[in-house]
Design a protein around this ligand. Sequence first.
Ligand SMILES: Cc1ncc(COP(=O)(O)O)c(C=O)c1O
Ligand SMILES: *[C@@H]1O[C@H](CO)[C@@H](O)[C@H](O)[C@H]1NC(C)=O
Ligand SMILES: *[C@@H]1O[C@H](CO)[C@@H](O)[C@H](O)[C@H]1NC(C)=O
Ligand SMILES: *[C@@H]1O[C@H](CO)[C@@H](O)[C@H](O)[C@H]1NC(C)=O
Ligand SMILES: *[C@@H]1O[C@H](CO)[C@@H](O)[C@H](O)[C@H]1NC(C)=O
Ligand SMILES: *[C@@H]1O[C@H](CO)[C@@H](O)[C@H](O)[C@H]1NC(C)=O
Length: 394
Amino acid sequence: MEEPTSMVLFLMGKNQFVSAILAMEALTALTFCLIVLQMLIESSAVLVAGWHRMGYRYINNNQSLMSKELENQIRKLHGMVGNAVTSGKYILFGAGSTQLLNAAVHALSLHHNASSPPTPVLASIPFYTLYKQQTDVFGSSNFKFEGDASLWMNNSDSNNTNLIEFVTSPNNPDGKLNKAVLQGPNAKAIYDRVYYWPHFTAIPASADEDIMLFSISKLTGHAGARFGWAVIKDETIYQRMTMYIGVNTMGVPREAQLRALKLINVVLQGRGREIFEFGYKTLSNRWENLSQTLSVSTRFSLQKIGDQYCRFFHKVRKPSPAYAWLRCEREEDKDCYAVLKAANIIGRRGGVFGAEDRYVRLSLLRSQDDFDLLLHRLNQLVLEEDKIKTMPIM
Ligand SMILES: Cc1ncc(COP(=O)(O)O)c(C=O)c1O
Ligand SMILES: *[C@@H]1O[C@H](CO)[C@@H](O)[C@H](O)[C@H]1NC(C)=O
Ligand SMILES: *[C@@H]1O[C@H](CO)[C@@H](O)[C@H](O)[C@H]1NC(C)=O
Ligand SMILES: *[C@@H]1O[C@H](CO)[C@@H](O)[C@H](O)[C@H]1NC(C)=O
Ligand SMILES: *[C@@H]1O[C@H](CO)[C@@H](O)[C@H](O)[C@H]1NC(C)=O
Ligand SMILES: *[C@@H]1O[C@H](CO)[C@@H](O)[C@H](O)[C@H]1NC(C)=O
């Protein structure tokens, strides 16, 4: 499922730059900033000649479907940010991380024994809805979506059964740095780490799981480029996933690879300071504004996220999640989506994430205008609470 999310993140960078420029008084500084702005816009541009790279494969990379240069830049990026260990691991490209989700499920369930039931695919509630949708749509005799991972935690079968667990860290919708709940010898985790970047979360350690997924859509906001990558420890799993991508789409478009290369190179310039600092500042401000607005409410509550030490910024930093996971606290507000909708606020209902409809996810990755409107409308809802509370009892 497409998430209309972070495209704006990149655009916002420009807007913020423009307002910063307007605030500047000295004309010389203004001229300089305009030049920098122009450079930024141009440095991430890609122009492709009609005859360029028409074939399926990279002849200078052993006929591979993947650009070696892009792979090297991805390793460099993870090294610079310190968010994932890539040395001694394989990297595989996909059409967004979306394509890699099922590639991983396929690879992990191949050892399946035809006379035993399908391998359960599990996740912790609340979970990203695509795990279920994909597994249902692509379902084979090898695997089946079975929902809540914690139900298998104390199950005596769980040590003898092969299990596949999706672990989303930070989680969509609640931003938590989740860990696998299933630890048995036959439990395999797919770590969806698409939000594990300094704009959305502290980076407490370099992630080192066996299968980790990332995406340009959450790194720079270029969701429509459809480019993601997997970092894979085990060679057999890497080969099975490679086979899946080959059979499914015969690799990722070269245009997408070229664009991703260009974008990652821009991120690498200046050691990522610009985009990560901008993203962190914007999202932590939004979280603060939202928390402040709801702090006086007894009707709505937000997920709790603490301050945490970040190895990228070398400091303790505030929360800056991509989404708010709002809960309607009143007994009668069982349909929180409807409560907000009536106030002209459109979120995504809790049921979509396997949770109660008492929860709603609000996106904090939209344009500043959208966010300001959201805040304004929430504020009105909270003010109404006060009126009701202070109404004289007849
Ligand atoms: C947790 C999670 N995983 C994966 C994706 C898929 O992103 P993409 O296919 O653009 O990489 C999303 C998109 O919203 C997401 O939230
Ligand atoms: C191509 O394959 C050979 C043999 O496997 C290897 O030694 C070489 O490093 C590869 N070249 C590239 C660019 O990956
Ligand atoms: C398949 O699994 C069943 C039990 O689930 C077991 O009895 C049988 O030996 C297995 N077959 C193979 C080829 O592993
Ligand atoms: C599983 O067992 C642990 C420890 O006994 C307990 O804390 C936990 O609540 C149990 N989980 C479930 C889903 O029953
Ligand atoms: C599963 O195996 C581990 C050891 O690998 C053991 O500690 C645990 O108690 C077992 N769990 C169950 C539910 O049997
Ligand atoms: C949002 O928070 C920032 C500080 O984080 C503050 O400067 C700004 O005034 C707040 N905006 C609103 C509308 O509350």
